[in-house]
Design a protein. Structure first.
Length: 287
């Protein structure tokens, strides 16, 4: 019995060591590039710039640590190409993520009298939305590479899919706990969002589906409604979002992710990702 326990601890320790190395490589490259080429593109390209740094750093970490050193295949790390290819999975995720954002705003409108007002100022819309949209694409991919992808697969191989998912969801929530206007409720919801995205990762959709969901949700809130995303407001022209009376309902200045409307939507979104497998719990994390 003691020998089994020691072997289990050794396996977990080795997995954590690899994940730490992955993070060190990813963040070192991210920070290094940011210091070498700071500020290009100006404030309007801030989200795109940071996303490009993160994606570069963690793609390199995935190749070096995941593929070359650990010899994990791209498929094993969630990049499923068969059947159907990556793009249908990505676009399916974008559609579902945006639909969930619409549902969250709709619930905030109905339950808490949040408002979305059209301003009619279309002249500045492309100049803001193009760099923001491209930036949100990269930001979503960067976070998926950090918290799903290789780290989630490597930890799942050591301790099982469910414990790995919960541990990285906790870390995902903590990583957003110091965002502007963050609360305990918002941190819990962000962790729940990580659970939702992890279910996508462990499905046939894999990383492409999780990436699409992540981007669709963020872009739906920010671009369609000008609602804050995890505490950050992007001041998108044409639309103007105003939260309602109770922050615990619609998140207040943190955005819908800080309120119960998102808790409801995430539960529904997770069930949508599980889909027809809902009556077969053993298949939920079998991807």
């Amino acid at each position: 019995m003691a020998r089994v326990s020691f072997e289990d601890m050794k396996r977990v320790g080795i997995a954590l060591g690899w994940i730490v190395l992955y993070g060190v490589v990813g963040f070192a490259i991210t920070i290094g590039i940011a210091n070498l080429v700071p500020g290009w593109g100006g404030p309007r390209w801030y989200v795109f710039r940071n996303g490009a740094y993160e994606v570069t750093g963690f793609i390199v970490a995935t190749v070096v640590v995941g593929k070359l050193l650990n010899q994990y295949s791209w498929d094993r790390m969630g990049w499923h190409t068969q059947p159907g290819g990556l793009m249908p999975r990505l676009f399916r995720g974008i559609g579902l993520g945006a639909l969930m954002a619409m549902l969250g705003i709709g619930l905030a409108f109905v339950i808490d009298r949040a408002t979305v007002r059209l301003t009619g100022d279309w002249s500045a819309w492309p100049r803001v939305v193009v760099p923001l949209g491209l930036g949100l694409v990269l930001a979503a991919l960067g976070e998926e590479l950090m918290f799903r992808g290789y780290p989630l697969r490597r930890l799942a191989d050591a301790i099982g899919a469910l414990p790995a998912m919960l541990i990285l969801a906790l870390l995902f929530g903590i990583a957003h706990a110091r965002n502007p206007s963050a609360t305990v409720f918002s941190t819990v919801n962000v962790a729940l969002a990580a659970v939702w995205l992890s279910f996508a990762f462990f499905s046939a959709g894999g990383m492409a589906l999780a990436w699409g969901l992540h981007f669709g949700w963020n872009a739906g809130l920010a671009i369609l409604f000008d609602a804050p995303v995890s505490g950050y407001a992007f001041q998108v022209p044409v639309v103007e979002y105003t939260p309602g009376w109770h922050a615990w309902v619609d998140g207040g200045p943190f955005g819908p992710e800080g309120g119960i409307v998102t808790t409801i939507v995430l539960i529904a979104g997770t069930l949508a990702v599980i889909g027809a497998r809902v009556k077969q719990p053993r298949t939920w994390l079998a991807g």
